[in-house]
Ligand binder design. Structure first.
Ligand code: NOJ
Length: 560
């Protein structure tokens, strides 16, 4: 397997709106990020992924871009951004930008033109269809944020497609001119010196021939059309063209966000000889706690399913292709509250989850605040929530007859705002994020959970992440070693072995608060063992052939 810098990286995701506010308007900004670069360096991060900072009316917090070549006023200016890039590079770190090209904002000049008349030159940059005979939408697809995926345009008396909000019209990748505009925009950013792209829902850009109806679930007005727009017929053609015209001319990291992608498909997107992308964000493991009715339908995570799922990905991309490793991002609730224990065992379970993920094969992603053990929030009233998906779900679930209590329970568990509350820097008012009231309220637990406290405590989650990152840096085994799940049937322990050049890494994680017994499989032989990391004090001389585990205990051994 070829060695590459992006395989050896640990990426830190910044959600700029909630990271650090330097000018006191309650909204995070680019100068704020610059103030915290030394913090990231201290953590050991080498690559930063910046969620969108482009001009946007913020219907979906920047994932609705109105100008790809401008910086959002609230975040600063292009000069600020240039300074950020410079400061990142000065610290020997890299900067990855978010590329949102499945859709634009409806306020983008292309769309303003396109909707004005049927013969406008930009018309074909978007996806238009005539109404059905009764005037209704061209097909039955639901938007990913709820409601129909089609919006009527008075001026031209037809509908445009929007897989997300109606302020995010989908681009028509069939149009070659549009593709070339996007490619030249990408070059424009790359020529400024950035180090790669995270590509928003990039497996949605090729829509199925004829846009056929999806299958309607009983009692629902719209169907998921995802079968017809995920991994569509021309997706590989578009990505290869992008690779050939743009990506291959630079030394980059690329990661494609791909809801619904299977391991076999991921292999096609990331295989070394495929000339498409470096890696994808898959969604299988973050869907395991969805009930039959989707994300808001709560279901406890089954560890057996998590083991099977993550292992399936480890095996599938073991030889060819590459995995991304993540539990958190700006769309997911905080993994500590979701899969761990954010009460009594907050510290232990945060470290356990981090160990489980970071010792796997792939490129790990840390989402802001994860390294501090930040948790979900439970705002009492829906009025405190800002996320468009959450607000739409609230209305729809209420319409479907769920009680206020049931709906708020789902929101507390799953809302994207769980991840978006401001970064908790210290115990001062507004958590040191801003000097004035933030755009989204701070999680009230900031007085005890914050960066200052974490950094001052040698035994903290922050210091543990630092160790995990350093270990990866020092051991090629952690980057390139092969993966093998062990103790498959063990219901409480997630354990695996990594192997590389005669050495083995043994990773043992107790996923729950019980105290199960770990029994080393007989076929794992070694002469010497060295404890590399653990979240409890461990007697290093102690035999590991059989021992009782503490709640949420995690250990990493090097076996020779
Ligand atoms: C995925 C992004 O991560 C999410 O935040 C956004 O709402 C959708 N794509 C639409 O751009």
């Amino acid at each position: 397997m070829k060695h590459s810098w992006w395989k050896e990286s640990v990426v830190y995701q910044i959600y700029p709106r909630s990271f650090m506010d330097s000018n006191g308007d309650g909204i995070g900004d680019i100068q704020g990020i610059i103030l915290k670069l030394d913090y990231l360096k201290e953590l050991g991060i080498d690559t930063i992924w910046l969620s969108p900072v482009y001009e946007s009316p913020n219907d979906d917090n920047g994932y609705d871009i109105s100008n790809y070549h401008k910086i959002m006023d609230e975040f600063g200016t292009m000069e600020d951004w240039e300074e950020l890039l410079h400061q990142v590079h000065m610290r020997d770190m890299k900067l990855i930008m978010d590329l949102v090209v499945n859709h634009t904002s409806d306020e983008h000049e292309w769309f303003v033109q396109a909707k004005s008349s049927k013969d406008n030159p930009y018309r074909d940059y978007y996806i238009w269809r005539d109404p059905k005979e009764d005037g209704s939408e061209p097909n039955n697809w639901a938007s990913n944020f709820g409601g129909s995926a089609w919006e009527y345009n008075e001026q031209t008396e037809d509908y445009y497609l929007h897989l997300f909000s109606k302020k995010q019209p989908d681009l028509n990748w069939e149009n070659e001119k549009l593709r070339d505009e996007i490619f030249s925009m990408m070059k424009w950013w790359l020529d400024k010196g950035i180090d790669g792209f995270r590509m928003d829902v990039i497996n949605f850009i090729s829509k199925g021939e004829g846009l056929p109806n999806g299958e309607i679930q009983p009692g629902r007005p719209y169907a998921s059309g995802s079968r017809h727009y995920r991994n569509g017929p021309k997706i590989h053609h578009y990505l290869r063209e992008m690779n050939q015209k743009v990506l291959s001319h630079y030394d980059l990291m690329t990661v494609g966000e791909m809801p619904g992608v299977t391991p076999d498909q991921a292999k096609e997107y990331t295989g070394e000889d495929r000339n498409e992308l470096n890696m994808v964000f898959q969604f299988e493991h973050v869907g395991l706690d969805n009930g039959p009715n989707g994300k808001w339908d709560l279901k406890p995570l089954d560890l057996m399913e998590l083991k099977q799922s993550l292992s399936r990905w480890q095996y599938a991309l073991g030889e060819s292709g590459w995995n991304s490793l993540y539990f958190n991002n700006h769309d997911q609730p905080r993994s500590l509250s979701r899969f761990g224990n954010d009460g009594k065992y907050r510290m232990e379970s945060a470290k356990m989850l981090a160990t489980l993920l970071h010792m796997m094969k792939g490129t790990p992603y840390v989402y802001q605040g994860e390294e501090l053990g930040m948790t979900n929030v439970a705002f009492e009233s829906i009025d405190s929530y800002k996320d468009i998906e959450t607000l739409q779900a609230y209305t729809e679930l209420k319409e479907q007859g769920f009680s206020e209590e049931e709906v708020m329970k789902s929101i507390h568990h799953k809302s994207r705002d769980n991840a978006r509350t401001p970064m908790q820097w210290n115990a001062e008012e507004y958590a040191g994020f801003s000097i004035s009231e933030p755009w989204l309220a701070v999680n009230p637990n900031y007085t005890s959970i914050n960066a200052e406290a974490e950094m001052a405590n040698e035994a903290s989650i922050f210091h543990y992440y630092k160790q995990l990152i350093q270990l990866r840096r020092q051991n090629d085994l952690i980057v390139y070693g092969s993966y093998q799940l062990i103790l498959e049937e063990e219901p409480e322990i997630f354990a695996y072995v990594r192997t590389y050049q005669g050495k083995k890494l043994l990773v043992i994680c107790n996923f729950y608060k019980g105290e199960p017994t770990f029994k080393l499989p007989r076929d794992i032989n070694f002469m010497t063992k060295q404890l590399l990391l653990s979240n409890y004090k461990v007697d290093e001389q102690m035999s590991i052939s059989e021992f009782s585990m503490q709640p949420y205990e995690a250990r990493v051994y090097l076996l020779n």
